[in-house]
Design a protein around this ligand. Structure first.
Ligand SMILES: Cc1ncc(COP(=O)(O)O)c(C=O)c1O
Ligand SMILES: N[C@@H](CCOP(=O)(O)O)C(=O)O
Length: 405
């Protein structure tokens, strides 16, 4: 297992503790896939406990005693019959990552990233965050007995996420700036070796996130979906999920690949713009803005990997408005009983829009990834709901309210 630059191919060992190549390129983790092929089959996984570590041959840990786990992964893949009817599509699934231990997909990445840090005997970890990364890192570093520092954009982190980072005991620093500013600072701290960086520029963290693809394949009995729709912010997750599908493909476990479809918010859509211009380079947004604070990111660090995933898979990228996001969030809650945070609902909003535009065929087998739990952002949910009715504790009054319907 090595880290390899996606630009120049230079390789690095885990112990080198680098996050990008000396040429500036992003790194990805590569394995001896012929060796893995010899060792595993579909039956191998079936015999093991569910969750991220079920796929150990595809993960970058040598010393199993160093694994830090909160039993992440094994999230539900719901068949959404009510939404199928509503949107007039044949086969629709939602993979609900809000069911992870701290309520988002980041836990899949952190179990691996923090375990690597533990193998390397790291004592201090850190990240920049729009909320979920910090909540997750704070939890896993607490379990690993490591110091944790998180940098957040002041006033732009949903309440539940802030509460998590504070309560798990991280040193929480709010900056007067946005997520992109915070990331620049933590990268410098990492270059000076003051912290081990656990944002998605760390390729080991993304290895955990690719298990979303593995679980989808297993749950669908290795019938690969035609399309996977993913909310995009810093762009690590869509890249990781694509890598997961490719790895199952090259080791002979599946014989088809899905079209990766990335959804951004209108006010933070540099990847969508690059895609529409058929480019591999983005033009960063200086002042990204959206109600979906988790994806309020103007300069996604994994943009190149994400665009490559979209092009190589013959996928698509689209942006949705804040109103479309909120309406999709409500639709999912009210038709399927799944409560997700706004950023997560962008996958559903994107599906609706791309069906209307004729980009997505109504006969496709589609998986939407919902990335974080609805309770993370109670302010938005309350603001967007009808006020509760207030009356005296009187049976007759309640009965008359019941009659109103
Ligand atoms: C809930 C949620 N959805 C989507 C995203 C976007 O994921 P990525 O940054 O991997 O593109 C994030 C964080 O970035 C998130 O917290
Ligand atoms: N939404 C993210 C933004 C940071 O993304 P990362 O995947 O690079 O850590 C968050 O929750 O902070």
């Amino acid at each position: 297992m090595l880290q390899r630059c996606i630009e120049c191919g230079k390789t690095y060992k885990k112990e080198d503790i680098v996050y990008t190549c000396e040429c500036g390129g992003l790194l990805e983790v590569v394995y001896d896939y012929e060796e893995i092929k010899e060792k595993i089959s579909k039956e191998t996984f079936k015999k093991r406990e569910p969750g991220v570590w079920r796929y150990i041959e595809f993960l970058p840990i040598e010393d199993m005693s160093k694994i830090i786990s909160l039993q992440e992964g094994n999230t539900p893949l719901y068949r959404c019959k009510n939404l199928e009817k509503e949107l007039n599509v044949k086969e629709l699934y939602v993979k609900n990552e809000g069911a992870n231990p701290t309520g988002s997909f980041k836990d899949r990445g952190m179990t691996v990233g923090v375990s690597v840090a533990n193998e390397l005997n790291i004592k201090s970890v850190g990240c920049a965050s729009t909320g979920n990364t910090s909540a997750s890192l704070a939890a896993y570093s607490a379990k690993a007995n490591m110091k944790c520092i998180v940098l957040l954009p002041e006033g732009k982190v949903a309440l539940g996420k802030l509460a998590q980072a504070m309560f798990y005991g991280a040193k929480v620093i709010q900056i007067r700036g946005n997520f992109d500013d915070a990331l620049e600072i933590v990268k410098k701290l990492a270059d000076e070796r003051l912290i081990y960086l656990l944002n998605s520029v760390n390729p080991f963290r993304l290895e955990g996130q690719k298990t979303i693809a593995f679980e989808i394949c297993e749950r669908l009995n290795y019938n690969v979906p035609d399309r996977v729709i993913v909310p995009v912010g810093n762009a690590g997750n869509i890249s990781a999920i694509w890598k997961g599908f490719k790895e199952f493909y090259i080791t002979g476990l599946i014989d088809e690949l899905p079209k990766m479809t990335g959804i951004q918010a209108e006010g933070a859509k540099p990847i969508v713009e690059a895609f529409k211009k058929k480019k591999l380079e983005i033009e960063p947004y200086k002042n990204p803005e959206t109600v979906a604070t988790a994806i309020r990111i103007g300069n996604p660090v994994n943009a190149k990997k994400a665009l490559k995933a979209i092009y190589d898979s013959n996928g698509y990228a689209e942006a949705v408005s804040d109103r479309e996001i909120i309406e999709a969030q409500k639709l999912l809650a009210r038709k399927e009983g799944i409560f997700v945070e706004p950023a997560s609902a962008s996958s559903i909003a994107g599906l609706k829009k791309l069906l209307e535009e004729g980009v997505i065929d109504r006969d496709e087998r589609i998986v939407c990834i919902t990335t974080g739990h609805g309770l993370k952002d109670p302010d938005i949910a309350i603001r967007e709901s009808e006020e509760p009715i207030k009356v005296e504790a009187d049976l007759e009054k309640i009965k008359s309210l019941l009659m109103e319907g």
